[in-house]
Write a protein of this length. Structure first.
Length: 105
C-alpha cells in the first residue's frame, strides 16, 4: 500500500461513453484495465475530455473506496482529476506510458 490511506494505481481506459442518465452533467462511463483486473468508473470528464478519445489513455484510479451505484451503474474506482481553469475535472495522468497496475508511491 502507498503512503496514502488509499491505493492509487495506473490504468488504461478500455472504453468510455457518455452517461447522460445521471443528475450530474458531463458524466462518462469508463472501463479501466489495471493490468491484473478491470474496473468500472463514472467520472465527470466531459467538460475537458471527449469520451471517444479516451480509450488508450492512462489514468490514475483510487481503489478500495467501495462501490457506488450511479444511475444503475456500479462505479468501482475513483478516476482522479484536478480542477481546470473553469473548476471542472481534468484527468491526472502519467507523463509517459507505464505498465497498467503500477501503484502510486
Amino acid at each position: 500500500m502507498s503512503p496514502l490511506d488509499t491505493e492509487v494505481r495506473v490504468g488504461t481506459v478500455e472504453s468510455a461513453e457518455p452517461f447522460p442518465e445521471t443528475r450530474k452533467p458531463e458524466m462518462v462511463k469508463l472501463t479501466v484495465d489495471l493490468g491484473d483486473d478491470t474496473v468500472q468508473s463514472a467520472a465527470q470528464l466531459g467538460y475537458h475530455h471527449d469520451p471517444d478519445a479516451l480509450p488508450g489513455t492512462q489514468v490514475l484510479c483510487a481503489l478500495g473506496l467501495g462501490t457506488v451505484n450511479i444511475a444503475g451503474y456500479e462505479s468501482e474506482a475513483l478516476t482522479l482529476g484536478v480542477p481546470g481553469d473553469d473548476g471542472n475535472p481534468v484527468l491526472v495522468r502519467p507523463d509517459g506510458d507505464v505498465p497498467p497496475g503500477g501503484e502510486l508511491y
